[in-house]
Design a protein around this ligand. Structure first.
Ligand code: DGY
Length: 331
């Protein structure tokens, strides 16, 4: 039997590619940048499997082109780039990469939180520019975290990990999530609250919800008005949860104290004026960017795809209902 043909839309860590190469003919986008749409559609046409990224739109047009596709593995835990309903309608299994990036992303949320409230990058810029004039009692006064209230929006794996990491800071924890989180309630005596209570009572709000029609622009003028003017907003989930130009206004006008952002509404761009603000710390969507997490994501995506190519149920299949209509061997 001919080996399976697999396309990978951008270079990923080698262990994942090596695993695929053991039994597949693997082609990888040779350029280390997002694959142009036309190339994606062209490549999809004659492969059995694709590993794609959050920058690839895996929609009805893609599935229409990918006639012989046996599986699609997303190299991300977030799935907002994938039209899952369409994949399911066409019987194509889809997988993602949960768990392996949980701690890395939660750690990045903390890195942003501490950096913005203690003005780390702002100070760093002054030092590099040789503008520090020596110690002064009123220089770079920030806000501490110990004992202050942490609000988590979306208490799934990453939100839970982020909250659990607050233990060293003895923070009261609030969370807003579609379902109760017994781990947070047991370990941290966290309180599940409605959105407005979370906005009103939190000193730090960290976003960990998926991007859906319900969460798009969850944070806009109305939400900022309900937050404390001393509160900070941290986002390591998806950019469109925040209305970015409204965030610029809120930050400029001091309606909230600051923000730590890893994700943006229209990546790689940022809303006008955002980069000029000193009370924001930026990272370039690198929440999962540790060597270990990105390598494990590659291995997981490869293992998932191999299972899908063989007609087996992939460990991280997100639309297992596709197997229900298939033969028992695939169940
Ligand atoms: C994800 O996995 O969804 C992140 O945004 C990238 O690792």
């Amino acid at each position: 039997m001919d080996p399976y043909r697999v396309y990978v839309t951008r270079r990923i860590p080698k262990p994942g590619l090596d695993l695929l190469a053991e039994c597949c003919e693997v082609e990888v986008n040779a350029e280390d940048r997002p694959l142009p749409r036309t190339r994606l559609l062209e490549k999809a046409r004659d492969v059995d499997g694709v590993i794609g990224l959050l920058t690839d739109r895996i929609d009805a047009e893609f599935f229409g082109a990918a006639e012989r596709l046996k599986g699609y593995a997303n190299y991300a835990v977030g799935l907002d780039n994938v039209d899952l309903a369409e994949a399911t309608r066409r019987g194509v299994p889809v997988s993602n990469t949960p768990d392996v990036l949980t701690n890395a992303t939660a750690e990045m949320a903390w890195a942003l939180l501490l950096a913005v409230c203690r003005r780390v990058t702002e100070s760093d810029r002054v030092m590099r520019a040789g503008r520090w004039t020596g110690w002064g009692p009123l220089q770079f006064l920030g806000t501490g975290v110990t004992g202050r209230t942490l609000g988590i929006v979306g208490a799934g794996r990453i939100g839970t990990a982020m909250a659990l990491m607050s233990r060293g800071f003895s923070m009261p924890v609030l969370y807003h999530s579609p379902s109760a989180n017994p781990v947070l309630e047991k370990e941290l005596s966290a309180r599940r609250v409605d959105f407005d209570t979370l906005l009103a009572e939190s000193d730090y709000i960290s976003l960990h919800a998926p991007l859906t029609p319900q969460t798009r622009h969850l944070f806009g003028t109305e939400a900022f008005a309900k937050m404390k003017p001393t509160a900070y907003l941290i986002n390591t989930s998806r950019g469109p949860l925040i209305h970015e130009s409204r965030l610029v206004e809120a930050l400029k006008e001091g309606r909230i104290a600051g923000a730590g952002l890893d994700v943006y509404e229209r990546e790689p761009e940022m809303a006008q004026g955002l980069s000029e603000l000193d009370n924001v710390v930026f990272t370039p969507h690198t929440g999962s960017a540790t060597v270990a997490a990105r390598t494990d994501m590659a291995l997981l995506a490869a293992r998932n795809l191999l299972a899908m190519l063989r007609g087996e149920r992939a460990k991280n299949c997100v639309n297992p209902e596709v197997y229900e209509s298939k033969s028992p061997s695939g169940s």
